[in-house]
Design a protein around this ligand. Sequence first.
Ligand code: IPM
Ligand code: MN
Length: 400
Amino acid sequence: MASRMTSYTLALLPGDGIGRDVMAEAEKVLSVIEQLTPISLTINKIPCGGQHYLDTGEEWPEGSFEFCRDEADAILLGAVGWPGAITEDGDLAGGSVILGLRSGLDLYANVRPIRLYEGVRHKIHGEFRQIWKPGMVDMLIIRENTEGLYHSLLRRSADKAQGRDSWEPHTMDFPGLEGEVAWDPRPISRHGSERVIRYAFDAAQRRNGAPGDGKTRVTCVDKSNVTRGCQLFNRIYHEIAEDYPDTETDHAYIDAFCMWVVRNPEWFDVVVTPNMFGDISTDLASVLQGGMGIAASANLGDEHGMFEPVHGSAPKYTGQNITNPMAMINSVSLMFDWLGETNNAADCKVIADFIDKAVTETLMGGILTYDLGGTAKTSEVGDAIVGVLETLLRKHFAVA
Ligand code: IPM
Ligand code: MN
């Protein structure tokens, strides 16, 4: 059994735009945890992303990846991406932070919980309404996180290191296409699929089943009617399902899934899907829980974990103190839950649960940013959450 760790080293990567705004609120949460619990945190804040690239010519300081790999117990990321910030190779500046960490640390499962909290109305047709009820939406979308369409970046850096160019159009025929062609291969491997699909089945065993009928169910979402990679993914899904006879198998093509998830969210328990489909469908599914202001994610591997809101850097909202910090703070909760799980540390589990309670209470109290129909500022929502959390922590840990 792992020893109970009470000290953790965290890498904080605020990144770009509103990533910086919401990270400031996460830091308030971390500091109250430091003060009121037996846990001590060593925090290393690392500048990174597109804005940092424009300022300095590098995506992050040298040695940052190694710090995340060798020193950090967990990584918190705000968001990366900034208009006009493109590397000299023509890639997203900040890409080697987010995509580099996902593949470099083998964070193969991107776990994106979609759960509707009490006190949330959704903005549909321009109005805030209650459409889905809390208890009706509670699913985990698990996105493969290291291959598929995102593999190109890895391939380009491997090419660069080996001084070759596997991208010249003449290396491949494109029948029926004329003129300039740009292309991105979408490799899907047996190993990559097996590990994420197994993660999905294991995650389903720890849950209470789909909200609609209580059944433990893993839905494979793919496009196996058209693509070879998805055919492999789907085949491996069925192989692994045999090891979990009590879990219901289920399948949807990605296009149909987009329709079903909105129409019948209560059907879904755990969903597993290749990389790009997971990227797109989790933005869509976030609407079921009130939008991107709430949606959190965990990038998990066997050794490392990185936690980040699903949303991007939203340049036009940057620095205005209006962004909802809940997605970031929920990601902090996911981080403590994972630290608790991997270190067998009950205190971390308690903290994760208290953060969740503090977010719920803040929502119930109507302290809402504009995206949820309120007028509260980023910092007011952060302070409200910290206020509730403080009370819960004081009571539990009995710190004077
Ligand atoms: C996400 C983001 C990233 C992705 C971008 C910033 C590269 O959209 O985490 O969903 O596409 O994975
Ligand atoms: Mn995305």
